[in-house]
Ligand binder design. Sequence first.
Ligand code: 6GP
Length: 835
Amino acid sequence: LNLPTRKSSRQVPMFGRSVEFPADSLPQKELVRHIETTLARSLYNCDENAAYSGTALAFRDRLIIEWNKTQQRQTFNDQKRVYYLSLEFLMGRALDNAMLNVGLKDAARDGLKDLGFRIEDVIGQEHDAALGNGGLGRLAACLLDSMATLNYPAWGYGLRYRYGIFKQEIVNGYQMEVPDYWLDNNPWEFPRHEITVDIQFYGCVRKYQAENGKIMHSWEDAEIVQAVAYDVPIPGYGTKTTNNLRLWSSKASSGEFDFQKFNAGDYESAVADEQRAETISAVLYPNDNLERGKELRLKQQYFWCAASLYDIVRRFKKSKRAWSEFPDQVAIQLNDTHPTLAIVELQRILIDTEGLEWDEAWNIVTKSFGYTNHTVLPEALEKWSVPLLQNLLPRHLQIIYDVNLYFLQIVEKRFPNDREMLSRVSIIEESHPKMVRMAHLAIIGSHKVNGVAELHSDLIKTTIFKDFVEIYGPDRFTNVTNGITPRRWLHQANPRLSALIAEKLGGYEFLTDLTLLDKLEAFVDDKKFRTEWAEIKSANKLRLARYIKETTGFSVNPDALFDVQVKRIHEYKRQQLNIFGVIHRYLTIKAMSAEERKKVVPRVSIFGGKAAPGYWMAKTVIHLINKVSFVVNNDADVGDLLKVIFIEDYNVSKAEMICPASDLSEHISTAGTEASGTSNMKFVLSGGLIIGTCDGANIEITREIGEQNIFLFGTLAEDVEELRHRHVYGQTFQIDSQLAKVFEAIKGNMFGDAGDFSALTASVEQHGDFYLVSDDFNSYVTTHEMVDEAFKNREEWLAKSITSVARMGFFSTDRVINEYADSIWNVEPLEVGKD
Ligand code: 6GP
């Protein structure tokens, strides 16, 4: 036993018993012990799933020790902490990450091999933790990884959905949704049944006079639902810091159902109450970049904000500091507007419960919050109807009205007689019914607002939030360009490339300082290095080709150019442009002579991504891709020159296999619509090139890697409005002539019943082509021809690939986190000494 020892003031005391693992102890012994005892399985009866559980438990033991120590250290040090509030955390698998962070993956591989297992198969047993839709949720996961790696005292707060994002099945070319129940056998979460918070809904507000004569408000007769904490350890890489992700689960407030009702024979309604409470955290809303204003979603938001804030305030109060010190101890970051109610909730706690004056409280609130905007798409900007809020959160609505009143008074002073301005910036939209504009509330309640790429941050300042720049000045707004964690997206997803880079750079330091990649440029002409680089890409492509064969039955030529677009299906992301381009390619090849065909660069066009279940157009795009796939892949005349693949159920673990296998990836959103994009970074970091528009982070990627290493095309953001104006809705306009041929083929039933796809063609021809598919079509196909030419020169292509990777240092979430820490949170890392 290591008994607790008192240490000098800067050091951290140890509480209770300390468990140490000898650094050289192989996980094998521990994993066998877990299989035989925790799982009660015999080694003779151990399948891959049991091997996974045993391995996970062995690594989990190690994480728990560091996790406890980190929490003790952070509590003891009591410095400012970051709280990252996100309704989505798209974590993917945890075991591989834990093995790499603990640093014993090789030992685990050997141990599993002795037992007769391949580590890849064992890792493959884990169910993805898919508590997110797409970019916003995955960014949150990458940020958690970097916060832990950089030793920031930071907590994530989210919801523990019983069902994550649905699983996608393709049946006869159509997307079908299957529920994703992911919680069975999840060794990575720890229920904290002792940490519960009562959350109120509905009820009414009572005004009363306090003893000191002050008029106060209390929220009464509310319905209560209980929030229960579930904790997930977030290990950093190359550090002992293991941070906490706390996910809240809902249950009926008594914890058991109403026995009075039960005894009175009203069994059904007793169960219904129980179920109603549990429904709050039951399911992740499957919309990406879209808000639908459903009451249950608002309940989710308040439930999670209130529970998290209660936790944060409780922790602060333990330190017995004055309230004015709250912003010196707490930085709360809002991942988009979903957690905006946290602003109102903190104000409510401070004035109604803690008795602070309005101004004093509001000053604390605004200093504590920061707001990140992730989209300018109007359909994604959250608004909640006033009657809905009035009913569900009556006290919060009053506070929102007061915040608005004081804000508008300030605006009126600064801009006298500008009624238009007042109605534009008001938190309340004067519609029927009235709506609360959550982005306005988030801006007014935060000290910093940031966008996620330079173009995007400029756009929010000049379009949707223009008035607020005038009111608050430009300093309230800033940019933090997104990144990705190189641990998952290079080291874990592409281990051989990571090893090759480490060999050249003399170690793995680049994984924690990605700018070191620039040293790779010195090896661009190194023959042996180039050969190995190319070989790794080939091997990754071969692995993907095998996967495609297994899952779709189609054989693809691993030497063909792999052209990939994987992301949520959305009109603004323009998968329709891609599939129209593919059809154009198909028609072109069909019209070629045998001689001409010899010059064609063989291609595999790979698509993947989910459509929101209610998003008809997106589902139609998936249907078209699958129909084209069927026709093209079965056309013996075209053979290997073109194959079209739709990979079912795209998720984080599939991305880890797909990104390293791409030659070219597509990031082709209509300029000004994709806030940043982060898969663009993942592909380039694995040595793939990009075809893309001047949108989001593509622009900064170009600046870093050089224009000669990326294929840019299409309309610029500044010209989009003008072009849209020229298209008149309902009036057929002259579309691009090559696109017209593609449409003719579709309408001639080449890919099945043309009626199935009429919405897609009509949106371009008759409905004003909002996403500029026709305008950009010519430059898109011409740029693809340039890609083909470039790919013929394999040596040049390789040089582009290596140079690009060497110049990707900027796009690490480590840089991102340091920027947030400096310019928004004002927090310091907590140095980790020896415990
Ligand atoms: C996404 C943006 O669409 C994407 O461009 C960006 O990379 C990502 O956020 C991370 O910043 N936004 C969403 O997914 C969303 O739903 C409300 O925004």
